[in-house]
Structure formats: C-alpha cells, structure tokens
Design a protein around this ligand. Structure first.
Ligand code: APR
Ligand code: PHB
Length: 392
C-alpha cells in the first residue's frame, strides 16, 4: 500500500486528523489495531473546548455534537460545604464549553470515514515504523493474518500512550517528563438524570469527587480512590454514599441516585515526550502526552495537535513549504506544557493526599478561597479551562 500520510491509531486524534487531511485533498490511511466495536465503546472524557468544537466543524463531523452536545456556561467548585459558580462567559468574554462524550465523537468520525474515506483499517496492528529519518518511511503492520507494508511520505503516531510510535524516536534525541499522582479515579456511568446542570468539582475532606453527565438521562461521576483500587470492591450503595458525602453542602441540594451501568478505575499521571517529531514521523495526542483528567485536557490537547498538523500538511500541499511541519513540535509543546501545568494545579488543589499534613490541607483551601474571592484568579481558571489559544 502507498499513501502520503500514514496514520497509526484510530482514536480521536487519528480519526480527526484523517478527516482534516481528507477534506484538504491529502490522501492518508488509518491503521487501527482494535475492532470498531472496541474503539467506539471506550468510556473516556467528554468536555470540549471551543477549539475542539471548531475542529470538528472544520472536519464536517459536528452534526451529532450540534444536535446532542450540552453547552455549559461554567462549572461549580465545592469545598467547606460551600458551592461557587465559575461563570465562563463573564470571566472570558463569552467563551463556553460543550459536553459531548468522546465515544460519540469516535462513532461520528468512524461512520464518516467508512462512508466517505479515507481508508480506515480495523484490526490492523502496526508492528514497526521503518526509515523515519528518510523521505520514504514505511509502516509494517499485520492485517487479516498477513504482514503488510504501508509506504508513506509521512507517518503520524496517533497510537496513544501504549502505542509504538513514541518508542520509534531514538532515546538519544528523546526526553520524557513524568509525574505519577498518589491516587486514582473511580469513574461510573449511571442511568439517572444529572443532579446539577453543570459539572461539579468537589474537594471533600474525604477526597475529590466530580459530577458530570452524558445526556439529560445519563450521569457520569468520579471518586478519588487509592491507587490499585479494585472497582468490584465498591458496591453501588457504597459509591453513592461516598459521592453524597463529598458533594455535601449546607444549601438544599440532593445527589440523585440510579443504576450504575459502568465502573472503572484510572490511575492519574502527567507525561510529556519531547520532541513530537523525528524526521518524517510526527506524534499527536496521547502518544506524546498524558494529563490527569481533572482539567479535562486530554481530548482537547489531542485535537489541538491534529489541528496544527492539518494546517501544516495543507500548507505543504498548497505551497511546498515544510515550515509549519518544522515548527509543529515546538508549537504543540508550548500548549502541552500549559495544559500540563493547569491539570497539575487543578489536581493538587482538589485531591486530598492520603498522607498530607494539615499545612497542605489548609493551603488547598486557601487556593480555592482565592479563586472564589478574586475575579482575577477566577478568570485565570476560566481562561485555562475553556482553552488557551491554539498558538500559545
Ligand atoms: N497499531 C495500530 N493502532 C494502535 C497501535 C498499533 N501498534 N497501538 C495503539 N493503537 C490504537 C489504539 O487501539 C487506540 O484506538 O491507537 C488508538 C489511540 O487512541 P487513544 O488512546 O484514544 O489516543 P488519542 O487518539 O490520542 O486520544 C486521546 O483519548 O485516551 C483518551 O484521555 C485521552 O481523551 C484523550 C484522547
Ligand atoms: C467527563 O465528563 O468525563 C469529564 C469531565 C470533566 C473532567 C473529566 C471528565 O475534568
């Protein structure tokens, strides 16, 4: 097989990049190791910055989002049994965010690509990326029981944290920065209407909790739990009791309960790989960086990477200039580090470390109090949460 851009990975990054390239008249092929069913059912995040909404519109993939996405004007912070609304339009000059599940984005992009192209191969496991330093890199992959090769001009690794692309960049020119957090998230899906029309980030004395949603009838909630927690060790009642305790406020408010339909535990890590390019190989999305989900940046960072890549390849096709490809890694990493900073700040402000001393607990409350008492501090949170400019 031969193509201009070989894309490894059919998650949000790979699928959206394929959409943007296809609409720019640049041929590409997506190799996805798993089945269509698997990639479409993976429960992930669902908070979209305006830039992500814009990118899906640019890709002609925003029909579902326009019909079912929930536009939110802010979030709620809870601590010390108080509730505080952070008003995004007032604090950012009109910006909002949209709740629309990543699973829905993936389904929308898969359906478009299967109907309209470019080629999307499921159960196609990339084994190696050869000659990335040349102008003719090759992806070796297995599909339908046969080892095959995809000859490319460029290869983009959108293969997530556990893919092969990142490790193709020689160690002597790579640098990885990482931080593991001493807690995880127990996430649930529940067939119950949301208990609030906004996301609630709660710093309870017993730990962090997040209230989100997927639709007017499905809630998505998370609980801070110790690393290594087995989700099966938490009964539905125990989960609802713990969530209710952490969201508790003195005002009149009740957490609605309902049947839990999905339960999983996710560890929390920050990870950045530099550079995001090696020769004709470029990295995008989780293949290059991981953020803790507290800032809801994972999907939005993946989308901003591929937006820059889409523009770079369109520029190459239009003018022959590789200038935007040459600056891709530097441009992405400037934004990645800002999202990493913000996600770290939100995570360490809201999660009570198991062995934290009283000083740290009071410091967290002082950080939260500053945000709810100062328009300047609240505006800084709102600016980061709703999304920094693409070219930071
Ligand atoms: N060959 C082909 N496909 C591969 C290979 C391989 N060797 N290794 C991994 N993949 C596929 C995975 O099966 C997965 O579908 O690459 C895809 C990577 O998708 P994601 O992990 O979703 O990463 P990305 O597209 O960057 O999206 C980032 O998804 O993981 C969440 O929180 C993250 O919201 C963020 C977003
Ligand atoms: C989600 O809806 O899954 C979600 C929202 C905001 C976050 C994390 C997850 O910060």
């Amino acid at each position: 097989m031969r193509t201009t851009v070989g894309i490894i990975g059919g998650g949000p990054a790979g699928l959206l990049l394929a959409r943007l390239l296809h609409r720019a008249g640049i041929d590409c092929v997506v190799l996805e190791a798993r089945t269509r069913e698997y990639v479409e059912q993976r429960q992930r995040a669902g908070m979209l910055e305006q830039g992500t909404v814009d990118a899906l519109r640019e890709g002609g993939a925003a029909e579902g989002l326009e019909a079912r996405g929930l536009v939110h004007q802010g979030i709620e912070l809870r601590f010390d049994r108080e509730r505080h609304h952070i008003d995004f339009p007032v604090l950012t000059g009109g910006r909002t965010v949209t709740i629309y599940a990543q699973t829905e984005i993936v389904k929308d992009l898969v359906a478009l690509q299967l109907a309209d192209g470019p080629p999307l191969l499921f159960e196609a496991q990339a084994l190696a990326i050869e000659k990335p330093e040349t102008t003719a890199p090759v992806v070796r992959f297995v599909h339908e029981g046969r080892e095959q090769t995809l000859n490319c001009d460029w290869v983009v690794g959108c293969d997530g944290f556990h893919g092969i692309a990142r490790d193709t960049v020689p160690a002597e020119v790579s640098r990885a920065y990482e931080h593991d957090y001493p807690y995880s998230w127990l996430g649930i899906l529940a067939d119950v209407a949301p208990s609030c029309d906004e996301l609630i980030y709660a710093r309870g004395e017993r730990g962090f909790a997040l209230h989100s949603m997927r639709s007017p009838h499905v809630s998505r909630l998370y609980l801070q739990v110790p690393n290594g927690t087995d989700p099966d060790g938490w009964s539905d009642d125990r989960i609802w009791d713990e969530l209710a305790a952490r969201f508790a406020i003195d005002a009149d408010w009740t957490l609605r309960r309902g049947p839990i339909t999905a339960k999983s535990v996710t560890p929390m890590r920050s990870y950045v790989h530099e550079p995001m390019r090696h020769g004709r190989l470029l990295l995008a999305g989780d293949a290059a960086h991981i953020v803790p989900p507290t800032g809801a940046k994972g999907l939005n960072l993946a989308v901003s990477d591929v937006r820059l890549l889409g523009r770079a390849f369109a520029e190459l096709r239009r003018t022959g200039s590789e200038q935007l490809l040459d600056t891709y890694s530097q441009s992405c990493l400037a934004r990645v580090w800002q999202a990493t900073r913000f996600s770290y700040d939100m995570t360490t402000m809201l999660h009570t470390r198991p062995d934290a001393d009283p000083f740290e607990h009071r410091l967290q409350l002082a950080r939260l109090r500053r945000i709810t008492a100062s328009r300047h501090a609240a505006a800084e949170l709102a600016a980061n949460y709703t999304g920094l400019p693409l070219q930071w």
